[in-house]
Design a binder for this molecule. Structure first.
Ligand code: KG4
Ligand code: ZN
Length: 337
């Protein structure tokens, strides 16, 4: 079954064709990076306007790249939540129009579950495992039982991990998107130049949660306080020390969740899963099987939507034409979806 995936939940307008939830025929991503860069963050109204201008071309390119036309599409999968509402509505409406015109089934797909599905496009992975989803909007550690069934063990209690990278980069004018810029600068920096604080959430309900507001405040407003005077306070050193602390906070919770649940297989996804320090740090952990998607499947794309969409369509799931987009998913805290 050839599924056309469409993704427009944030600032990437993407389309791709995937066969049987596994073989990628095309993967087109039109990034609006340049448009949002002057604002150091995604401007929702600009994002929706760019999506409406580019979506038709992006879908055409995905078909061309796969050397197919619309007649070969057996089903359509589209991100319907969570995300920026105006952006989501563009992709969802486009997908509905196509499904109606082609008389093919379509299904709305959850962006979070799709990020977790992304590594399945490249590797055969058995369930259950510990899923780590870290992006600009989400930070989550979950027991992943199936492609459509996860139990959330921990989240962030304030900022998402990628959001912290973006905010620190914005404050010090390090570049956009923040995560990529910090990762690059950090390679030339010394993380020992600063000893930033780590949150001490360890009890009961917060056992697997992370927090980034304390670290963000320390890096932005209290830099001197945490500076090791023997090393210079360069941009590279700030980036290296911030990155190491931010990722160590995450890895600490992942290892704790792995110990507590007995899940030794860890599968990562989301934009921050592209971070070089996270990738090398987790890979060094003994006794764990750690799976990262390749860099292009970490950040937003439509093949992860097509992949998960195939599983849903093959299981007989169909969305109706009154399906609405959702900015947030209620009840996110422990059970999902
Ligand atoms: O998954 P994604 O493309 O969009 C969301 O669903 O949020 O993730 C984007 C986020 C941004 O916050 C960006 O700064 C971060 O992922 N990011 C990184 C890296 N590459 C992207 N963070 C740390 N290190 C990276 N190499
Ligand atoms: Zn995403």
């Amino acid at each position: 079954m050839i599924v056309l995936g469409i993704e427009s939940s944030c600032d990437e307008c993407a389309a791709g064709l995937v066969v049987d939830g596994k073989t990628i025929l095309s993967n087109v991503v039109y990034s609006q990076l340049k448009e949002h860069a002057p604002f150091y963050g995604v401007v929702p109204e600009i994002a929706s306007r760019r999506h409406i201008e580019s979506i038709s071309d992006v879908v055409s390119r995905a078909l061309q790249e796969a050397d197919h036309d619309l007649s070969s599409v057996d089903g359509i999968a589209v991100t319907c939540r969570p995300g920026l509402i105006g952006s989501l509505l563009v992709g969802l409406s486009f997908a509905k129009g196509l499904a109606l015109a082609l008389d093919r089934p379509y299904v709305g797909v959850d962006h979070i579950l799709a990020h977790l599905y992304a590594p399945h496009l490249e590797t055969d992975i058995e369930y259950p495992y510990l899923g780590l989803l870290v992006s600009g909007g989400h930070t989550m550690i979950a027991r992943v039982k199936a492609y459509d069934r996860i139990e959330i063990l921990g989240t962030t209690i304030d900022d998402a991990c990628g959001e912290a990278f973006d905010k620190v980069a914005k404050f010090y004018d390090l570049g956009y998107p923040g995560g990529v810029a910090i990762d690059k600068l950090a390679q030339k920096g010394d993380p020992e130049a600063f000893s930033f604080p780590r949150p001490s959430l360890h009890k009961g309900d917060h056992r697997f949660d992370v927090s980034y507001s304390g670290l963000k405040t320390a890096v932005i407003h209290q830099l001197e306080q945490f500076h090791n005077p023997e090393l210079p306070a360069t941009r590279e050193n700030i980036a290296a020390a911030f990155q190491q602390t931010a990722i160590d906070i995450l890895v600490d919770r992942v290892l704790r969740a792995s110990r507590d649940t007995g899940l030794r297989r860890i599968v990562a996804g989301g934009g921050v899963a592209a971070n070089s320090y996270l990738r090398s740090h987790l890979a060094e952990e003994k006794g764990l099987e750690v799976i990262f998607p390749s860099l292009s499947l970490c950040t937003d794309n439509a093949v992860m939507i097509a992949g998960l969409g195939y599983q849903l369509l093959a299981a007989g799931k169909r969305s109706s034409f009154d399906l609405n987009a959702q900015a947030r998913v209620p009840g996110f805290r422990r059970t999902y979806p």
